[in-house]
Design a protein around this ligand. Structure first.
Ligand code: BMA
Length: 363
């Protein structure tokens, strides 16, 4: 009897601490260490990341061990970005086989890296790509809507992919999932042109609820990553789906660099950092870059300047640049590129951490 009472008390007290929002340190939850690592890092160093880093680069594709960041700096990046666009096909929207993405994610995890996954989702009803705004009806995807089952099919594909991310000892690999990004812009079907704020929040909340509570995934930290179209905390939060479904507050910003408005990026990262601190969340510069490195010495003259601008910008836990597709679309310099040395200067800065720096905790 006594045992039963103790058991009941334990259950009740755990329910109380859950409902009061207290974070419980439970090592069996796959995301616990990742969350703690990123939180501890904040204000000390900023991890550097690269989209599709292990999959291909300038002049190579599917070469085991290769990485454009490693080629030019000697180390892999600390953060590895991947995308689930065209899930259900053999290859993702940028031609990377999903089976290979799983291998890369596992490899990156075993090397001590962090994986983040975006989703340039096709519209589930027409299968048109993420940028096609024809016949969009977001409420029809939500529970009770006429296309809800088609949306569930897509989410099931995402869940099935996430479920297969298992490390060599059989444990789920934690990843930062970043769905429905750049939602204040008007270029994606979940953006401002075709989806209201309220519909957006429902779409986001349903996605996370389904993956975590219906499909039971325990390995996802969820990132909310607006584009640059906000000027205040209130603007940033217009589509915020809620503290209970978001772990990482992000920013995707390319345009302010292009227009040489470093001041605006500093303000926007400051808003993200303030909100992250108030809410007890992680902040990240989830996507950025200068395509073809058209901005001279972009890494030290632009990116490092904004990251190092203030105590707030230094709170950012990682920064990730986009992919190196080919000579007409790349963000990390390759051997012989005139900004190769500038990139090395950037990564040698004590604020910036590549994978080797995480291992040695560079001073
Ligand atoms: C864009 C470009 C596209 C790509 C898309 C999704 O920024 O790189 O070529 O298909 O991202 O990765």
């Amino acid at each position: 009897m006594e045992r039963v009472i103790v058991f009941i008390i334990l259950i009740l007290s755990s329910l109380v601490s859950c409902s009061s929002g207290k974070k419980i340190h439970d090592e069996s939850v796959p995301t616990v260490k990742l969350r703690e690592f990123l939180t501890d890092l904040s204000g000390r160093s900023i991890l550097f990341g690269h989209q599709d880093d292990l999959a291909y680069g300038i002049g190579w594709n599917s070469l085991p061990g290769e990485s454009d960041v490693k080629r030019i700096s000697g180390s892999y990046p600390a953060v590895f970005g991947w995308d689930l666009g065209n899930i259900g096909d053999a290859n993702n929207l940028d031609g990377v086989p999903f089976d290979s993405i799983k291998v890369y994610i596992t490899r990156a995890h075993h090397m001590g890296g962090i994986n983040t996954i975006s989703w340039h989702a096709r519209y589930p009803v027409t299968n048109f790509d993420a940028w096609n705004l024809t016949s969009i009806d977001v409420p029809s995807l939500l529970p009770g809507g006429k296309s809800h089952l088609q949306f569930l099919k897509e989410l099931d594909l995402v869940a099935a992919f996430m479920e297969t991310l298992i490390d060599d000892s059989g444990k789920p690999i934690p990843v930062i999932f970043r769905p429905w990004h750049e939602m204040y812009g008007n270029w994606f079907w979940w953006g401002s042109a075709t989806c209201s704020d309220d519909e957006y929040r429902q779409l986001f909340r349903f996605t996370v609820d389904y993956l975590r509570n219906i499909r039971g995934l325990t390995n996802l930290l969820i990132a909310f990553s607006p584009d640059k179209n906000f000027d205040s905390k209130e603007d940033y939060l217009k589509r915020y789906p809620g503290d209970d479904v978001v772990d990482v507050l992000g920013l995707d910003d390319y345009g302010d660099f292009k227009q040489n408005r470093l001041d605006l990026i500093v303000i926007r990262l400051g808003i993200v950092a303030d909100l992250a601190r108030e809410k007890g969340k992680i902040s990240a510069f989830t996507e950025t870059g200068s395509d073809k490195l058209e901005i001279s010495n972009w890494y030290t003259s632009s990116l490092l300047q904004v990251l190092n601008a203030s105590e707030k910008t230094r709170q950012v836990s990682y920064v990730m640049v986009w992919r190196n597709r080919d000579l007409t679309h790349f963000y990390v310099p390759f051997a012989g590129h005139e900004q190769a040395e500038d990139f090395r200067t950037f990564v040698n800065d004590k604020l910036i951490f590549l994978l080797d720096d995480v291992k040695t905790m560079k001073q």
